[in-house]
Design a protein around this ligand. Structure first.
Ligand SMILES: [Zn+2]
Length: 300
């Protein structure tokens, strides 16, 4: 035993511990900073690649709408919520293992739908931003370009009849038609029919009763994103009797100032036998389709 060690063994040990602790703290700090900027996103495991079947996430963004669709390792978003909740949205996507969007659909030019788009493309990137024709194709491209800033995201103006593959799922645009002259922005909403394993999901943005008749018949669907957060100016009885959803999903804020969803719409949905699920009551909603079986769960 050396005299030095016998005189002060604990002192030498403390230095080593202190240095080790400092190093560990620095590494943790670096990791936290990198994670917060999404820089390590590519190194993390990707749960969506290993996920069986199809999933639709109606992310709780308060009074707005943000939907994530995943299938076969591919990911798409339909709307991104308000700017205020954009960080919440990107955190959610990263947590789900989404690293890049194959498609980003924005249903119409209202900020409770496009407000989070910029952060989403800056954080993850999207192969293409898809929007409805608005005034003209040129005007639509300019408007959509503002939503995603200087991110050089390719933008495509879509129309009824176009189809997009998401793994084994197919997304078909039902509305609006090419060359439309629709004045009301809500009525410009992209209406998307998602089909997977014989199941049908209808996404309607904020479409109102003005445009519903022209879409019929659509026929029964398994899941309906109830239009315009459950507003009484959408979801007419005739429309709901045609689509007869098993599940009716409503994205709206707790105690929102618009009174969404409206009691009239709730009653109409109940009349056609829909099971109503709401983000203001349950938080984020998750629809899973695995081996043809459909299930809806919530985070609360
Ligand atoms: Zn809206």
């Amino acid at each position: 035993m050396s005299p030095q060690r016998s005189q002060n063994p604990s002192g030498r040990l403390s230095w080593r511990r202190l240095l080790g602790g400092l190093l560990a703290a620095c590494l943790l700090l670096l990791l936290a900073v990198a994670l917060s900027q999404g820089a390590l996103a590519d190194l993390l495991p990707s749960p969506i690649r290993n996920q069986a079947g199809f999933a639709l996430h109606m992310i709780d963004v308060g009074q707005g709408q943000a939907l994530l669709l995943t299938c076969g390792g591919k990911a798409a978003m339909v709307d991104t919520g308000l700017p205020d909740t954009s960080r919440q949205v990107t955190d959610y996507l990263l947590k789900q293992g989404v690293r890049q969007l194959d498609y980003l659909f924005i249903t119409h030019p209202h900020s409770d739908h496009f407000g989070g788009a910029r952060r989403v493309v800056e954080t993850l990137g999207a192969d293409v931003l898809i929007v409805p024709e608005y005034l003209s194709e040129e005007a639509a491209l300019t408007t959509a370009g503002d939503w995603v800033g200087n991110t050089a995201t390719p933008i495509s103006v879509t129309q009824a009849g176009k189809q997009y593959a998401l793994g084994e799922a197919t997304i078909t645009v039902l509305h609006p038609q090419a060359g439309n002259d629709i004045g009301d922005m809500n009525d410009l909403s992209l209406v998307l029919l998602v089909e997977y394993a014989g199941r049908r999901i209808l996404l309607t943005g904020d479409l109102t009763e003005n445009m519903e008749p022209a879409l019929l018949p659509i026929g029964p669907v398994d899941v309906l994103q109830v239009a315009h957060h459950g507003s009484y100016t959408s979801s007419t009885q005739a429309f709901l009797e045609d689509v007869r959803p098993k599940y009716a999903l409503i994205s709206c804020g707790r105690n929102n100032e618009y009174g969404h969803p409206h009691n009239v719409v709730i009653a109409r949905l109940e009349d056609v036998g829909a099971q109503i699920r709401r983000t203001d009551e349950e938080g984020t909603l998750l629809v899973r389709i695995v081996e043809g079986q459909i299930a809806v769960t919530s985070e609360n």
